[in-house]
Design a protein around this ligand. Structure first.
Ligand code: NAP
Length: 256
């Protein structure tokens, strides 16, 4: 039986690690061809190799999503070497947890870096691939967060919270504008997912992990694979009438 994403070409940013890698592998299992994009060319190559080893189709490209010109160049290269994309996953992101009232230099650097990657990055990549996505009546999946809504339980990452609120706003704004072109734009809101992004926090800050788990009805942290089903849903025809939405994949965190 053909996969849910047969005949699609998907670009996934930050696909060398964690959630992006899992989505890239999951989309390939559903028969999409994958453009594996990551700032780290070596991890991107490893993801693409894993996809090919499993019988899928993938090519890797090193891309720093903060570099607008590089995004344009990669968009053209992907179209020329694989074909125009019909699915874009804006996944690459970083987090740092310095209080706004803490060391001034650290606060300023966090703000600049996090906005550059988490918010300007999706803008740069989406803008670069926009023509391809409009021609294909494509689908955009943005990786947001529980911090697209809440801040009070984790009060020490103002830049990250602001950036993920922005990702949700970007999702809704593009859904409103691109619907007439048949382009659907949605977001996923992961809870605490075990990836390298939070490896140190999980090792060194059990109190913070306890706060998360005390508010997670399913009682466990998530794995990257927990995000793959929602990502396939939002990229496939299963969600043909879904746009401007956010699918929470957070173990129920926002309900209590
Ligand atoms: P991850 O394992 O650290 O993966 C992120 C990937 O993005 C890494 O390969 C990283 O490369 C890459 N990257 C960083 N800066 C980049 C840039 N400028 N251009 C291109 N690629 C870049 O993190 P993750 O947990 O999978 O996070 C993926 C997304 O999910 C992020 O947007 C994050 O905010 C979001 N999210 C994660 C969680 C969670 O609990 N893990 C929860 C909610 C939302 P390097 O490793 O070389 O820097």
């Amino acid at each position: 039986m053909p996969g849910l994403l047969q005949d699609h070409i998907a670009a996934v940013t930050g696909a060398g690690s964690g959630i992006g890698r899992a989505i890239a592998l999951g989309y390939a299992r559903e028969d999409a061809q994958i453009a594996v994009l990551d700032i780290n060319g070596q991890t991107a190559a490893r993801t693409a190799a894993a996809i090919r080893a499993a019988g899928g189709k993938a090519r890797d490209f090193a891309l720093d999503i903060t570099d607008r010109n590089a995004c344009r160049a990669i968009a053209a290269q992907v179209a020329a070497e694989i074909g125009p994309i019909s699915i874009l996953v804006n996944n690459a992101g970083i987090n740092r947890r310095n209080a706004f009232t803490g060391d001034a230099d650290a606060v300023v650097k966090d703000w600049q870096d996090i906005m550059a990657i988490n918010l300007n990055g999706p803008f740069n990549v989406t803008h670069a691939f926009l023509d391809q996505l409009r021609r294909a009546k494509g689908r955009i999946v943005n990786i947001a967060s529980i911090q697209s809504f809440v801040h009070v339980r984790t009060p020490n990452s103002p830049a990250y919270t602001t950036s993920k609120h922005g990702v949700l706003g970007f999702t809704r704004a593009l859904a409103a504008e691109l619907g007439k072109d048949g382009v659907r734009v949605n977001a996923i809101g992961p809870g605490l997912i075990e990836t390298p992004l939070n490896e140190r926090v999980r090792a060194n800050n059990p109190e913070l992990i306890k706060i998360f788990l005390d508010h997670t009805p399913l009682g466990r942290t998530g794995k990257p694979e927990d995000i793959v089903g929602p990502a396939i849903f939002l990229a496939s025809d299963l969600s043909a009438y879904v746009t401007g939405s956010i699918v929470m994949a957070d173990g129920g965190y926002r309900t209590i």
